[in-house]
Write a protein that binds this ligand. Structure first.
Ligand code: SAM
Length: 245
């Protein structure tokens, strides 16, 4: 009974955290970042059906429900880091444990900043993609240090461009998720909750509802009105492995 309740609570949090509806802003202090990422990945998921997908650095596989009719596998690093019970395989973080050209699409969301060797990881993404397969990569551009001490870098769009070109992937798009108001609203909301709320207790939910939610709504509205690419929370990169190979 208690286990069931805990599972339900976990699912509720995962949904409002990673696959938010508009009203999730009331319970999610990271709504702005997640909302934009979710919109982007939903759009991508809509373009792939009946495919074989690999999620590298899958965490809790938050986006799997979007790829309903796909075969969806996830891998995670082992070593001294926390091991995800959701992963289909645990690996060394450098040598993806699947054969060449095994997947139609590879997701790698919010992982490159944590990888010891991002060049090697992108090389592996390309290796396991089928010719014509797509890589969907996201990475924070403005965010505080997280998953400490395994947060090693942020990339500009030009570095994403260099990295993917150097590994012979054809870039379809490198897109910022939001503009300056999205960044400001999200950072202030995250700062407030991380300063005054303890994770997932009643104070956390009250702070989120009374302080973070109004702040995020106002800044999201401003971000929608004054659209700009001056700065962003995240970059979303879509790249393709050349179909001729
Ligand atoms: C911020 S979490 C992102 C999880 C999930 N992809 C998401 O979007 O919510 C970063 C994840 O990357 C994993 N990770 C770090 N280095 C990695 C590597 N070299 N290969 C695969 N996963 C890695 C971490 O264990 C962690 O689960």
């Amino acid at each position: 009974m208690r286990k069931n309740l805990r599972h339900k609570l976990f699912q509720w949090r995962a949904r409002h955290s990673f696959r938010p509806s508009w009203y999730s802003v009331l319970v999610n202090p990271y709504f702005i970042a997640r909302w934009y990422l979710y919109r982007s990945i939903s759009k991508f998921a809509g373009t792939v059906s009946n495919k074989k997908i690999l999620d590298i650095g899958c965490g809790i596989k938050p986006y799997q429900p979007l790829f309903k009719d796909c075969e969806y596998l996830g891998i995670e690093v082992g070593n001294d880091r926390q091991i995800s019970p959701f992963a289909d395989k645990i690996y060394d973080g450098e040598h993806v444990p699947y054969q060449d050209a095994s997947f139609d699409a590879v997701l790698c969301t919010q992982v490159l900043e944590h990888a010891n060797h991002p060049d090697q990881l992108v090389k592996e993404i390309r290796r396991v993609l089928k010719p014509g397969g797509l890589a969907y990569i996201t990475m924070p551009f403005v965010w505080n240090e997280h998953e400490k001490p395994y947060d090693f870098r942020r990339f500009t769009s030009f570095e994403h461009n260099r990295l993917l070109n150097s590994q012979n992937l054809d870039i379809r798009s490198i897109s910022p998720t939001c503009g300056v108001f999205g960044v400001c609203g999200q950072l202030i909301s995250a700062y407030i909750v991380e300063t005054f709320g303890t994770r997932y207790n009643i104070v956390y939910q009250l702070v989120t509802l009374l302080l973070c939610a109004p702040m995020q709504i106002i800044f999201l509205a401003l971000d929608g009105i004054f659209k700009n690419n001056w700065i962003t929370l995240d970059y979303v990169i879509i790249a393709e492995k050349n179909a001729q190979e």
